[in-house]
Design a binder for this molecule. Structure first.
Ligand code: MTE
Length: 317
């Protein structure tokens, strides 16, 4: 994220991903993959989203969705940051096919009354999926609009019943040395970790995404389940989450450890606080030529500014 910057990105190609089928079909597809994995058959081959693995956004169109034009599917799935597969933008799409996404468990642990290891299929049966079209802003200065399919993280948190000691939530992502070539490079302290304050995690805008563009999440975008926090820089949205841990103390994220003077815990999109090496005032929407102004909290100020009342956002960057 901070190491390489590219001037060129693929031009926008609007792909029609409009055929949304029912969530049941996604669960069936996921179940089939799990059966395939158990049988050691062809279905064990790691996969990215493809025809037949549609995921229904449901009748539930979220009121939080932006009306802006989504970024092309091609750009959103080939211009990625997923350092476990390499530090350039193309490597995730090239190498993430190796990620083993089934079977997948999500451990919910720490300061909760009901710790649990969820099978991802069970979790999907329990949670109600929505389509959320969100603006996403990367700290590097580019942005996209992504139609996510996911559920409110708050719903999962309520299931877990945090204790009074739970003040923060830590997200630990997948660590698969055999499948992730990037782990051989000490670019970050592996596994990749992110963190939120409990109230940020409970905020209705915060989701766990399992799909995008009406399809199962491609591996390079964080399959099978990733965090999405649209008012924060993209790196807060950890991919391929394996563990969610409720803790009393502020977690140290992978980026804070790598470069604390550049990447703080909050990492709210803030055009008034420059990155030490570049301005955050403008951004380039992938697929567009001209830059646009970056909005406070990425345009979600009405919903989230109150979370930070009284805080000095220059210090708490
Ligand atoms: N999650 C993991 N596990 N590993 C990563 O390297 N990169 C982060 C974030 N989540 C990253 C991650 C960064 S820097 C960004 S900008 C976003 O994922 C990019 O998400 P996208 O590729 O879906 O746009």
């Amino acid at each position: 994220m901070l190491i390489k910057r590219r001037g060129d990105v693929p031009t926008s190609e609007i792909t029609d991903q409009g055929v949304y089928l029912r969530r049941r079909e996604f669960i069936q597809a996921a179940g089939l993959a799990a059966i395939g994995a158990a049988a050691g058959g062809l279905l064990t081959a790691p996969r990215t989203a493809r025809a037949g693995e549609k995921i229904h956004a449901g009748a539930m169109k979220s009121p939080f969705s932006t009306a802006e034009e989504p970024t092309s599917y091609k750009d959103a799935t080939t211009y990625n940051n997923y350092y476990e597969f390499g530090t350039d933008k193309e490597s995730p799409a090239t190498h993430a096919g190796k990620l083993k996404t089934r079977p997948w468990t999500l451990m919910v642990e720490g300061e909760v009354k009901k710790p649990r290891i969820w099978g991802v299929e069970d979790l999907l049966k329990k949670m109600s999926l929505q389509e959320r079209i969100y603006r996403m802003r990367c700290v590097e200065g580019w942005s996209m609009v992504i139609p996510w399919v996911g559920f409110a993280l708050g719903d999962l948190i309520r299931e877990a019943e945090p204790t009074g000691k739970a003040k923060f939530v830590e997200f630990v992502t997948a660590y698969q040395p055999d499948n992730m070539p990037g782990l051989r490079i000490p670019a970050l302290d592996w596994p990749y970790v992110e963190g939120l304050r409990l109230d940020e995690a409970m905020h209705p805008l915060t989701i766990l995404a399992v799909g995008m563009y009406g399809e199962v999440l491609p591996n390079q975008n964080g399959a099978p389940i990733r965090l999405v926090v649209p008012w924060k820089y993209g790196f807060k949205s950890g991919k391929s989450i394996a563990r969610i841990r409720f803790v009393e103390r502020m977690p140290q994220s992978a980026w804070m450890k790598a470069s604390p003077q550049e990447y703080g815990f909050y990492s709210n999109v803030n055009p008034e606080v420059d990155h030490p090496r570049w301005s955050q005032a403008n951004e380039r929407r992938i697929g567009e030529f001209l830059k646009r102004k970056t909005l406070m909290f990425n345009g979600y100020a009405d919903q989230v500014a109150s979370l930070y009342t009284g805080m000095d956002l220059k210090k708490n960057f």
